[in-house]
Design a protein around this ligand. Structure first.
Ligand code: AQP
Length: 330
């Protein structure tokens, strides 16, 4: 057992409230109890076409957002994935024990292949192996992620066990921490699909930087059902259930209290209140992020320290791995 927690978000766009609820918000609770390592997964982002200057800017902006959400650089290691070259190197080794068929079966690979049919690259297929490397390099016990990443975490576990069986005990087999509430925040326009920051329809997601007016407008337009009762039922009322989950996360009220609060009030009033609660919750985060971005020197210094700390762990793990697989060392 180790006491280390690892997680990451890709700088593939402005994070949504789904990334916040499913991942970042939970990191804040874990940082007091565990040795936390949180990364900005820029290498993963390259699996989809990017504008280089925008990717660079979003990388620093994501760090500012982590901190604005309450992730404390004094308590956690915060670093950029590409600053620690061992991630790419361990990926190569793990690739040699990964079957092509396993990767082709991944839900995210299938979804993204449909979405980016003009660019189905090797990196897109290899995404779960890079993610396994991110985790296994740091002797990680727990990985707080949203439910969409559960399948990839299974691959990380399988690869750890496979490597250990073939080359002797090396990696800790990591476990997911999936939040009880908000593990899968759904699209506001299509409640059967997950909310994604790269959705082409901007009304489908709430970005962490949306203005109060946009937030309220998007919730007002959210797809629900023809009933008018605010009641939690994922099967029959996926849209309303999704809004109840979001409201619950932002206000702390449980489902029974929400149902009672909006009894006889109809969807218009409910959607308005969800919008207001989210706008209110995001405001201090947005203000803090803007403040942090004014001091780029400070942000870069955090990344430098983070890269040094992460590298020293990753270096030791990779050296052990190279030795075990039979690579000659100098
Ligand atoms: N809909 C979701 N509900 C709850 N958690 C979610 N996460 C993503 N979507 C939801 C969690 O956010 C963390 C970071 O995800 P990521 O940026 O590494 O990539 P992703 O899972 O592919 O997220 P997106 O928003 O869908 O990004 P794009 O559109 O670029 O692919 C993870 O912990 C994830 O579980």
């Amino acid at each position: 057992m180790s006491n280390t927690v690892f997680s990451a978000v890709q700088p593939s766009g402005v994070p949504t409230i789904a990334n916040y609820v499913g991942a970042i918000k939970n990191w804040v609770n874990l940082q007091n109890e565990y040795d936390c390592i949180f990364s900005i997964a820029d290498l993963h982002t390259l699996t989809v076409k990017q504008v280089p200057a925008e990717l660079r800017a979003r990388t620093l902006e994501l760090l500012a957002l982590y901190i604005a959400c309450g992730v404390d650089p004094e308590k956690c290691v915060l670093f950029v994935q590409s600053h620690v070259h061992e991630h790419a190197e361990l990926t190569w080794i793990l690739n040699t024990i990964t079957a092509v068929g396993e990767m082709q079966r991944m839900t995210q690979f299938k979804d993204k292949s449909l979405k980016h049919a003009e660019n189905i690259n090797m990196g897109l297929m290899d995404y779960p192996v890079l993610m396994a490397s991110d985790i296994l390099l740091y002797n990680v016990q727990y990985v707080p992620v949203g439910a969409d990443q559960k399948q990839h975490l299974e691959i990380a576990r399988d690869l750890a066990m496979r490597f250990n069986a073939r080359y002797s005990d090396t990696f800790i087999v990591p476990e997911p921490i999936i939040p009880k509430l908000g593990a899968r925040v759904m699209s506001l326009q299509e409640p059967s699909s997950k909310m994604s920051k790269s959705d082409e329809n901007v009304n489908a997601f709430i970005s962490m930087l949306d203005s109060p007016d946009d937030i309220i407008r998007k919730f007002r337009r959210a797809v629900t059902d023809s009933d008018s009762v605010v009641r939690y039922d994922e099967q029959e009322k996926p849209g309303i259930s999704n809004l109840m989950t979001i409201y619950s996360v932002f206000t702390g009220e449980d489902m029974d209290a929400i149902k009672a609060r909006f009894e006889g009030k109809g969807y218009g009033e409910f959607k308005q209140q969800v919008g207001e609660a989210v706008a209110e919750g995001l405001k201090p985060i947005q203000d803090k992020r803007a403040e942090l971005l004014a001091d780029k020197t400070y942000l870069l210094s955090i990344l430098k320290t983070g890269a040094e700390k992460a590298s020293s762990i990753a270096f030791r793990t990779l050296r052990k791995v190279y030795k075990k697989v039979g690579l000659l060392q100098l």
